[in-house]
Design a protein around this ligand. Sequence first.
Ligand code: NAG
Ligand code: NAG
Ligand code: NAG
Length: 413
Amino acid sequence: MTVRTRKQTVFRIIALTILFLIFWFVRQNVLITSTLHVKHKDKQSLDFELDLSSLGANSKQTRRNIIIVSHGRSGSTITGDMFNHHPSVFYLHEPLQTVERISQFQKERKTSPDDPDYGSLMSEVLNGIFRCNFSRAVVEDLEHFYRHPSHPRASHAIASPPLCPYEINDSRWDPSLCPPLTSGSLGKVCRDNYKMTVAKILISRITGASIKHILESCSSAKVDCKIIFLVRDPRAVIASSRSVNFFKDSVRDVSRANFRAYSFTNCKQTEENLALVKSLSFRWRKRVMIQRYEDFAMDPLTGLSRLFDFAGLSVPEDVKTWLDKTTHPSSDHEELRSACRGYHPAFCTVDESTVAVNRWRWKVPLIDIDIMERYCKDLMQIMGYRPVDRSHELLSNISIPLFKKDYQVKGWF
Ligand SMILES: *[C@@H]1O[C@H](CO)[C@@H](O)[C@H](O)[C@H]1NC(C)=O
Ligand SMILES: *[C@@H]1O[C@H](CO)[C@@H](O)[C@H](O)[C@H]1NC(C)=O
Ligand SMILES: *[C@@H]1O[C@H](CO)[C@@H](O)[C@H](O)[C@H]1NC(C)=O
């Protein structure tokens, strides 16, 4: 062999190997993602895992999940409840409360989402839930929570046949007749009777307050996830959080240190999660939907269609009827009160939604609004919330909306 032909042979072998590798990579559907993200080290690993998980998205065994993420007091209960009313949805109300309770039981003390073991417990529990795999500890907690007399309808799926003898709308329905849940019964019903799982999760219960850890819990092969990130005007969120004692300032503290700290943290967490969503590759960003609470509240039926469409669900007539009643209750206060009788207030969402959007404007003092606008300036700007900027006229004139139709985040999708 001459040097020249040897060189040619080596060249051919290399070329063939490269061709084969390219072919193999394309087949594995990873070429695009791995080249796209070479420059962003941090993001690359997250995106890479996520793309791997969505590879299984077409497989029959892949379980579909929708996770509604938001701060408390942002309309997440009603958003979750819309899904709870859908006959194809296995709904879980705040499974991270379960994680919190299991964690506290194990440690025999109050724990925080930033405790060392909480994160791994959270991932384990969520990953199980996302595959309809419920461990014994989880089942015991769910049994306790969903059979509790103050919120027996928190999950329609768990309150209906075959897990209970009668349909919720049946006059014979009585949660005390439901047999105890088991890993077997719950897993089978979740898998066989419902095509998707929907869970509502509050940001304050997530490790690091980051959606990233939710996405990571979705990254196993048999799991497909989409996220609905619900954002509400922080002035409404923070003021409402104070009114239900999520935090408190002593009357002597004129500087309102806790109010300031809460405003800062709440808005920073939302901002950081939005930044994370923005940094995802388009392919994954498509699996996230940002829903502004105000847009939903001003037109709930359109909001419903938009959310169900994103989830890949039909929009049943009875869900529309229920939503219309819930968000536009008759002026008959007796009817309103009877709808909530016997329930924990957190589960009663009956309210005139167009009024709810503006309620904070006549309940919160201008001086407090000024503080929130200072700490939440950037978030408000990208989400289209208009500052009142110490203007009493602007604050009190309800005919002027304080959220704009178009805003920066809307352009990301
Ligand atoms: C459910 O999870 C447990 C423990 O995490 C595991 O041992 C088991 O194999 C899982 N079952 C299924 C059907 O995935
Ligand atoms: C209860 O709800 C189911 C499903 O929505 C419906 O088919 C049925 O007619 C209802 N029954 C009663 C008694 O309202
Ligand atoms: C409220 O704002 C509207 C629109 O800018 C204006 O026409 C109206 O006069 C204002 N009402 C009051 C009471 O200032």
